[in-house]
Design a protein around this ligand. Structure first.
Ligand code: NDP
Length: 485
């Protein structure tokens, strides 16, 4: 019997499911059991061509609609996503292994937020009038054209919407390629957009590995590329896009600092560290994985952290009581276990966890290392798993310098009850998405993205509009033209 997660076909192009079994088969594995639940096929050159040509064609009429009309469709899609939240959350859990407890509140719901927010903005995208004496200049905010979205595997529904919603609101079309690891959810986003009234071809989804992404990025018809992925992939995709002088948004990895001063509320700080390291089993780009704790409260902090981490419920992700799921793949599990071994070898102290969980599926125990120093591998490299490194510090000046001593710059957080210090410290941290007495909130209203190697451009908020549109300026002369000859 076919598993309920199996999609009707691998790709969604020009308003319908399309199959081409000549492509490389991609097995979809449920991370909680290791069982294969579905198969899709990587896009062949013919599929890539269909996706790009139909999206290119559909964009012209879409851009001619009023923003209000486009917005209405996006808002209808948001309503449909909310009505189907349960079904979509179950699919997200099959795709990623994340527990239903999370997916019910964080995935289709945040995708719907993006569709609703950008749907609401679509009708208000205007230019300006610039008086020049008798003459004037006016500006027009125009769509870029055909955009490509390429997703990572940790938030397949959310990423498909965070890229699609602002792109479509501005009058662009999109071809979206999910990660080969999580190919299922974006197909549902495409289906729902069509059902909400989006013209066929305006949002196509095709499957594949890096080479399909590469074919999309280098196609001369593509005007913009928005990638969520790792820094090495980001560098490749950015370079390929640059060769075609395309616009880019790069949402890449991080090794973000979370700084806890000795006057902080310990339970809130522990809660922030848990949210910033163990949500989605640590597979979150903005995680605060370098937790700097001021020396005076270190042992108290670690004791409370170990106690609360012990309350994590590892188990069947479909059981709503489960609060901690598996790694997305066996490969990702092995990468993370390798980092845990490295942490032990390099002399960090295991406070809790530190091994694979003794159960089927790709589960790793939530792991806390203390006595971590800046030069250890676990403090320098992005692990993308449930591994928290706790480092000690003494002074504000010292911790700011150490927090910034990284190639990454995605996020940063500070816990303190001294608000002057909170703002002073955040002001000096080199990061794009910051938190005071909180961690990892990502509402659609707030810009999201990184500095340094963590990325270029911003998603969400009005900032995203700037990255999915361009401004045309028109000078209007009322009098005669003066010329030298
Ligand atoms: P990867 O960088 O491996 O892949 C990202 C996407 O790019 C995948 O769809 C991948 O396809 C595709 N891809 C790979 N090579 C190329 C290429 N040469 N040209 C075009 N596309 C290509 O990241 P992961 O999927 O492993 O995701 C984890 C990473 O994503 C982490 O580093 C994490 O920090 C980052 N991330 C960043 C976020 C942010 O917003 N800043 C949010 C979430 C994750 P395929 O996998 O099918 O080969």
């Amino acid at each position: 019997m076919t598993h309920p997660a199996q999609p009707k076909a691998s790709h969604f192009i020009n308003g319908e499911y399309v199959e081409d079994t000549a492509g490389t088969p991609i097995p979809v594995i449920y991370a909680a059991t290791g069982e294969q639940i579905a198969t899709v096929y990587a896009a062949t050159p013919a599929i890539v061509e269909q996706a790009l040509s139909t999206a290119k064609e559909a964009q012209k009429a879409w851009a001619k609609m009023t923003g209000t009309e486009r917005g209405r469709i996006l808002r209808r899609a948001a309503d449909i996503m909310r009505e189907r939240n349960h079904e979509l959350s179950v699919l997200e859990t099959y795709d990623t292994g994340k527990p239903l407890q999370e997916t019910l509140v964080a995935d289709a719901t945040s995708g719907a937020d993006a569709l609703e927010y950008f749907g609401g903005l679509a009708g208000s995208l205007t230019g300006e009038h610039i008086p020049m004496g008798e003459d004037w200049v006016y500006t027009v905010r125009e769509a870029l054209g055909l955009c490509v979205g390429i997703g990572a595997w940790n938030y397949p529904t959310q990423i498909a919407c965070w890229k699609g919603a602002p792109a479509l609101a501005c009058g662009n079309s999109m071809v979206f390629k999910p990660s080969e690891t999580t190919p299922l959810c974006a197909l549902k986003v495409a289906e729902i957009l069509l059902e909400a009234g989006a013209p066929a071809g305006i949002y196509n989804v095709i499957q594949g590995m890096g080479e399909v992404g590469g074919a999309l990025v280098t196609d001369p018809r593509v005007d913009k590329v928005s990638l969520t992925g790792s820094v090495p992939t980001g560098k490749k995709v950015y370079a390929a896009a640059a060769a075609g002088m395309k616009h880019v948004t790069m949402e890449l990895g991080g090794k973000s600092p979370l700084i806890i001063f000795d006057d902080a509320d310990i339970d809130n700080a522990v809660g922030g560290a848990i949210n910033g390291n163990f949500y989605s089993s640590g597979q979150v780009c903005s995680n605060g994985t370098r937790v700097f704790v001021q020396k005076g409260i270190k042992e108290k902090f670690l004791a409370r952290l170990a106690e609360r981490t012990g309350n994590a419920i590892l188990g069947d992700p479909m059981d709503e009581a489960t609060s901690f799921g598996p790694m997305v793949t066996v490969n990702q599990m092995n990468i993370v276990l390798g980092y845990i071994e490295k942490g032990k070898e390099e002399g960090a102290r295991v406070v809790c966890g530190g091994a694979r969980a003794d159960m089927p599926g790709y589960y790793i125990q939530p792991t806390v290392f203390a006595d971590v120093t800046d030069d250890m591998t676990i403090a320098r490299e992005e692990i993308f798993g449930p591994v928290m490194s706790v480092l000690d510090f003494e002074t504000e000046e010292e911790v700011v310098a150490r927090a910034n001593d990284t190639e990454f710059g995605l996020s940063a957080g500070v816990f303190t009850n001294d608000f002057s210090r909170a703002h002073r410290v955040i002001g000096q941290l080199e990061a794009g998405s910051c938190f005071i007495n909180s961690y990892n909130d990502a509402p659609v209203e707030a810009p999201f993205g990184g500095v340094k190697a963590s990325g270029v451009g911003r998603e969400n908020s009005k900032e995203a509009i700037k990255h999915f549109s361009q401004v045309k300026s028109v000078y209007v002369r009322m009098g005669d033209v003066e010329a030298a000859f």
